[in-house]
Design a protein around this ligand. Structure first.
Ligand code: WTA
Length: 649
């Protein structure tokens, strides 16, 4: 999010103490729990025991900076931990997954049901020659089969690469190519606000090119919307057909703790998105521990995480964390305003949801719609609220607390990243006093600091770069196929620490306040967009010579993309050109990257050595005073931009 939302954050002095009734029943009652984490190795060694292992580990951590190995020598399986181990006791017939489709269709799968479907689909994958270590791309909406496909991969040791259904065919193609996936699992389409969006058609567009590499051998299509699709003979099969008469027996593959579990692509500072690699052992221990403690998980909870499985939040806190803990997860396919703006509140009322985990951008949207929608529904079942993805401004926090939480639900503001795999900073509900807008303090066993550029910790009351000093179990292991990029991106910027890309402050009480990204990542509605990607999409347009993008404050989305574009020599501006450029970005990346503003200019502000000065563009986009322009090659450019953009406003 943005400076504006965070203005005056450090002046935010209100404390909210956990309700006594909540604390009395909380699973973590020990006020000194954070001290237990001080001895990291012992702490995480202890937490490792919460999972079922086929073979115990010998060493909890081997650290050859920046490469960590956790639970070395241990063997386990993620799907086994999410399913099989719950079948022996009373959880066997407990709802694992409650699904509600956008059109109101409902499905409930018990742990036994989910186990059966996952095993069957795992056998289907095997029959298509998917072996341990092979990659499978999953391009699907939020439906049970998506979770089934992920767990089926995990069961046989295949590596899943989930690509968010909102990404375009081209973005999908890049990810399939980078991962060299053997199989793609998709649906005919997905529902969004009553429309059906073609997913299979996007797969078809993505594949002819990748076929040159000959990597994708099969496409499995789940029938969701029933819209017409082309099925390529010999490559494409229907899920419901291949699942017929398949054995429900499929032993879980014993995986090395350091074997890959999944790759998830995320935007970074430069170039194409990078494949963040997570491995089985440390990741599972990290997400299982944090999910239980942060959400105070009880056997009878109905837990709803609104994130899409295409993002890390969906991986860690919709699938692996909750299912490994035997939780009942709720999954809703569609938009929050379909058919009415109270859909979320109706779902909470209908299923008596007890824990809600959502994003500040959603909360700000609900605020805009007004409190009459939540007030019209019975939300009394809720007992804990969570927030993730971007800083939550105190105003949104207060609204969430009052109108959704009824002032009796602790709010866990959780800071973490695709790369960290698990929640890193968060209150432990029941013990940590809250301050609206602060993610409070690091989780036990996690070592976070705020440092200056030389890596020296800044004193309390000051700000700097947010870094992680010590390895943590769910940390990314590398960038897929590119150890050097891993090292350069995360471990080189500041000596000897993992650099998050975020800026933060800490206050006199030692509470952390995340300000936002300091690199070239724009956080739009909690989604990470790389400026380089959007710029790449723009210059790909025939008429564009150069482009530079920055993030600007947006009331609801946190940030929006603001693009400055210069056209090729001699090109005349015409009506509809801006819309065409925006559409081009959507086609190249997806609707989530569509710039809100595009400003055409003959020149971009550059230094004498030709580097675009984004800092100044950001000042312009934010409408604030322009910073130091002495290094500019031509100061007129910036005056021109400022005058014309201000005139437009
Ligand atoms: C931002 C999402 C402030 C941050 C789980 C981080 C947050 C990026 C918070 C990671 C929070 C996430 N408070 N900022 N509670 N949570 N962020 O990889 O800038 O999609 O670096 O992971 O989101 O985004 P990602």
């Amino acid at each position: 999010m943005t400076e504006k939302h965070n203005e005056g954050l450090l002046e935010e002095k209100r404390f909210f103490f956990p309700p006594t009734e909540f604390s009395a029943k909380a699973i973590i009652q020990n006020p000194n729990i954070h001290e237990l984490g001080a001895d990291r190795a012992t702490f995480w060694n202890e937490q490792g025991r919460r999972l079922d292992w086929f073979k115990p580990w010998n060493t909890v951590l081997e650290w050859n900076p920046p490469f960590a190995k956790w639970y070395v020598g241990g063997k386990l399986n993620a799907a086994y931990n999410c399913l099989d181990r719950h079948l022996a006791g009373p959880r066997r017939n407990k709802a694992a997954l409650i699904f509600e489709g956008e059109l109101g269709d409902r499905r409930v799968l018990t742990y036994q049901d989910l186990y059966r479907e996952v095993s069957q689909f795992a056998n289907v994958l095997k029959s298509l020659d998917v072996e341990k270590g092979d990659r499978v791309t999953i391009y699907m909406p939020l439906i049970p089969e998506t979770v089934i496909a992920m767990l089926a991969c995990a069961r046989i040791g295949a590596v899943h690469c989930v690509v968010f259904g909102g990404f375009s065919a081209e973005a999908l193609k890049d990810r399939i190519q980078n991962s060299l996936s053997k199989v793609v699992v998709t649906t005919d389409g997905s529902y969004r606000r009553g429309n059906s969006i073609p997913l299979k058609a996007n797969v078809d567009l993505a594949l002819p090119v990748t076929c040159i590499n000959n990597c994708v051998e099969s496409v499995i299509v789940v029938k969701r919307t029933g819209q017409p699709v082309d099925m390529l003979e010999g490559r494409d099969v229907w899920y419901h057909e291949v699942m017929k008469n398949v054995s429900i027996v499929c032993p879980a593959e014993p995986m090395d703790a350091e074997d890959m579990l999944f790759i998830l692509y995320t935007s970074g500072t430069t170039g194409k998105p990078k494949g963040v690699v997570h491995t089985v052992g440390g990741y599972m221990v990290g997400v299982s521990t944090t999910h239980e403690w942060v959400f105070d998980l009880k056997e009878e909870d109905v837990y709803w995480c609104t994130a899409d499985v295409g993002w890390i939040t969906g991986h860690s806190y919709l699938v692996y964390g909750p299912l490994s803990n035997g939780a009942t997860i709720l999954m809703y396919e569609g938009a929050p305003d379909f058919p009415e703006k109270d859909r979320y509140w109706k779902i909470i009322e209908d299923y008596r949801v007890t824990i809600l985990y959502t994003a500040p951008t959603a909360i700000r949207t609900f605020m805009k719609w007004g409190e009459s929608y939540p007030l019209g529904r019975d939300l009394s079942s809720l007992r804990l609220l969570g927030s993730v993805g971007e800083p939550i401004n105190p105003e949104a926090w207060m609204w969430y607390n009052k109108f959704i939480g009824g002032e009796h639900c602790p709010i866990v503001d959780t800071w973490w990243q695709t790369e960290t795999g698990m929640i890193m900073m968060t209150p432990v509900p029941g013990i940590t006093p809250l301050k609206p807008g602060s993610c409070t303090i690091p989780f036990p066993g996690v070592h976070i600091e705020i440092v200056d550029h030389a890596g020296n910790p800044v004193p309390k009351g000051e700000g700097g770069y947010l870094v992680v000093r010590e390895p943590w179990p769910a940390m990314l292991k590398t960038v897929y196929g590119d150890d050097k990029r891993y090292q350069d991106t995360y471990w080189s910027e500041i000596a000897d620490v993992y650099f998050t890309g975020d800026e933060a402050k800490w206050d006199e009480d030692g509470y952390f306040w995340v300000v936002g990204r300091v690199d070239d990542v724009i956080n739009v509605s909690g989604h990470r967009i790389g400026t380089a990607e959007v710029e790449g999409a723009l210059v790909d347009h025939l008429l564009v010579a150069e482009a530079a993008c920055v993030g600007r404050t947006h009331e609801v989305k946190g940030q929006a993309v603001f693009a400055f574009v210069s056209l090729k020599e001699g090109i005349e501006i015409y009506d509809g050109l801006i819309a065409e450029l925006k559409a081009h970005v959507v086609q190249k990346i997806g609707a989530l990257a569509r710039p809100d503003d595009i400003f055409l200019t003959a020149e971009l502000p550059k230094t004498r050595s030709g580097k675009i000065m984004r800092r100044l563009l950001k000042d312009i986009a934010e409408g604030r005073t322009i910073g130091d322009t002495t290094t500019l090659a031509d100061a007129e450019v910036i005056n021109f931009l400022k005058k014309n953009i201000d005139a437009q406003k």
